[in-house]
Design a protein around this ligand. Structure first.
Ligand code: MG
Length: 452
């Protein structure tokens, strides 16, 4: 599927060297003149696809800055420091190992907009390629950006505070690109670091998506070592999941909430940008600091672009636990988030399990119904009609607000399903809301066209 979060496929099936070559030739034909940064995660298919991408970009006259295996946020950061006109990340993020994807970035590492995606897709579909002549083909420049990226994060961390606290941290990068950065960064700022699943040999010792079940080993190790905190990433380290000192895997939005609360406490206010699916907890935190919350469609690209528009200094998506701080680069960053959570724990001298208790807490439930894109749109339209008198948010699908609770029904951007997500004060109420809307959606889908 061709979306703002990239073009995904199964390797050897819908994602082949030919697809990667044609996509990047289309991207190169569309881009203005200048160099392009290319990097990848640790999947075995990454090298093959990156070579195809490099061929496409150099064929259209773009120099390629090859940053190799590195986290997605480091590719975004490289796009900024090398003043590149764009970037390509070869990574399927949290998808299983047989998947891979290309994600296109604009200048400053900004995810490209929906209209730009349309333009590139159009050039790809028509094979409208603009090749450079033999004498003006691009060249390839390998660059290691790890040290510069780590240094950029450290400039935004109170290293003395972390050194004084000398926290004990366990890092589980899931054999992904974070293995090459996060443990080194945390050691450099004064943590005692133990790693788990941090070899980058193309094998994955746990499921790539950092779900609760996938992080049982990490949770056990945090307890066994009496560590202060555990951190886990997905394959490209734009996501962060925290494990507290009791070995409990925290919901993904906890890290973001802790960082946003601390950031706004420092008086750096203004406005906080997140998506419509993120917790009400962010409204409570923002309200405490007198800051406005702006909500966008679900997807890093929408959040990042809105942040530029409203000049926000901090933003992020609760569901992914990575933060966006434009002073470093414009993309979601799980490595930066790990450093920030460590800094906050050190400065406040509290344990993560205690800090979490101070946050406003809601409970969520989610489900999905398989259906085509057309049917998903039909269901959303029918619900909009049905709940017309209620407080609705139509930013992405349909969101029905209640007091201290909400339900969101939206067509997925990456799968042929319609997603239902509810949040409420108690787990029971969240599940009840979610179940009710799941059956409403199913009932609407069962009706023939025109009967809704
Ligand atoms: Mg990711």
């Amino acid at each position: 599927m061709f979306t703002v979060s990239g073009v995904r496929g199964v390797v050897g099936d819908s994602m082949t060297p030919e697809v990667a070559l044609n996509l990047s030739t289309a991207f190169g034909s569309w881009l203005r003149k200048g160099s392009v940064v290319v990097g990848r995660d640790t999947r075995p298919s990454g090298e093959m696809l990156q070579r195809a991408v490099t061929a496409g970009l150099t064929s259209t006259g773009h120099d390629v800055i090859d940053v190799g295996v590195t986290p997605s946020p480091a590719v975004a950061y490289s796009t900024k420091i090398f003043q590149a006109v764009g970037g390509v990340i070869v990574s399927a993020s949290h998808n299983p190992p047989e998947w891979n994807a290309l994600k296109f970035l604009g200048p400053e590492g900004m995810p490209i907009s929906e209209s730009d995606v349309q333009a590139i897709r159009d050039q790809y579909t028509r094979s409208a390629f603009t090749y450079a002549s033999w004498s003006s083909l691009g060249k390839v420049y390998p660059r290691d950006v790890t040290d510069a990226y780590i240094a950029a994060i450290i400039r935004n961390i109170d290293v003395e505070a972390v050194k004084r606290a000398a926290p004990s941290v366990v890092v589980d990068p899931g054999n992904g690109a974070g293995s090459l950065v996060t443990p080194y960064l945390l050691r450099e700022i004064g943590c005692h670091v133990t790693t788990l699943n941090a070899s980058v040999d193309g094998f994955f010792s746990r499921p790539i998506e950092p779900t609760w079940e996938a992080l049982e080993d990490l949770a056990r190790l945090v307890v066994a070592l009496k560590a202060d905190v555990g951190f886990a990433h997905d394959c490209d380290a734009d996501r962060l999941v925290c494990v507290n000192d009791k070995g409990e895997v925290m919901p993904e939005d906890i890290g973001l909430a802790i960082i946003v609360d601390a950031f706004l406490t420092s008086g750096a206010g203004g406005v906080f940008v997140t998506n419509v699916a993120s917790s009400l907890m962010f409204d409570d935190i923002a309200e405490k600091h007198g800051v406005k919350v702006v909500r966008t469609r679900v997807g890093e690209a929408y959040v990042a672009q809105k942040m530029v528009e409203v000049k926000a200094l901090i933003g992020g998506e609760g569901s992914c636990g990575g933060i966006i701080m434009p002073q470093i680069h414009a993309a979601r960053d799980g490595v930066l988030a790990a450093a920030k959570v460590t800094e906050i724990l050190a400065k406040r001298g509290v344990r993560l399990s205690e800090l979490v208790l101070q946050l406003p807490r809601y409970h969520s439930a989610r489900g999905k119904v398989a259906c085509s894109g057309v049917d998903a749109e039909r269901a959303v339209k029918a619900l909009k009609e049905r709940y017309r008198g209620k407080p609705l948010d139509l930013t992405d699908g349909v969101k029905v607000h209640g007091r201290g609770e909400w339900v969101l029904v939206r067509p997925s951007g990456t799968e042929p399903v319609i997603r239902v997500m509810a949040e409420a004060k108690t787990p029971g109420r969240a599940q009840e809301l979610c179940d009710r809307f799941l059956s409403e959606v199913s009932a609407i889908l069962a009706l023939k066209k025109g009967e809704t």
